[in-house]
Design a protein around this ligand. Structure first.
Ligand code: AMP
Length: 156
């Protein structure tokens, strides 16, 4: 049913859980995975970064290096599971990973997006927002969301 599954990874617990589910799903459906990581340069470009004497180039380099490591580890896991996968590293300067994920999903013709979510609410949601929510609200294809196992509420 699904042939092109795009999975957005950021190296967090929910993202790892989502990625493993995407591998299981892709294996079951004989689908191809595209693993996407967005480098958020907005953090390093923020006005406070200059005031705090943040070295923009070193922040940018370390974001790129950690992004490459996340993607490399993801591809190794897919390969170990016998799932066809490739990876794409994207960048945003306006702290909008969701927009980049959606553009890539449309460009590639993804028929499913898989992501994690911290499921934040209240003040944390207000301050940090939600990448997953940004994708779900605008995606033209189905989106599968997974929360970190530890975030699950205790059984009633
Ligand atoms: P949320 O906790 O709702 O903000 O959503 C977090 C999820 O969004 C992660 O588990 C990833 O699937 C995805 N995500 C967040 N940041 C990025 C990023 N920079 N690149 C790719 N995916 C991301």
């Amino acid at each position: 049913m699904y042939q092109h599954v795009l999975v957005a990874v950021d190296g967090s617990g929910p993202s790892t859980r989502a990625y493993r589910e995407a591998i299981r799903l892709a294996s079951d459906q004989r689908a191809t995975l595209r693993v996407v990581h967005v480098i958020d340069l907005g953090v390093a470009l923020a006005p406070w970064a200059e005031m705090a004497f943040v070295n923009y180039e070193s922040v940018e380099t370390s974001l790129r290096e950690s992004g490459a490591q996340i993607l490399e580890a993801a591809l190794a896991e897919a390969s170990a599971a016998g799932v066809a996968a490739d990876s794409v590293m994207l960048e945003t300067e306006v702290a909008e990973p969701a927009a980049e994920i959606l553009s890539e999903a449309d460009r590639w013709g993804a028929d499913l997006i898989v992501m994690g979510t911290h499921g934040r609410h209240g003040l944390a949601h207000l301050i940090l927002g939600s990448v997953a929510e940004g994708v779900v609200q605008r995606a033209s294809m189905p989106v599968l969301l997974l929360r970190a196992a530890d975030d699950a509420p205790p059984a009633a």
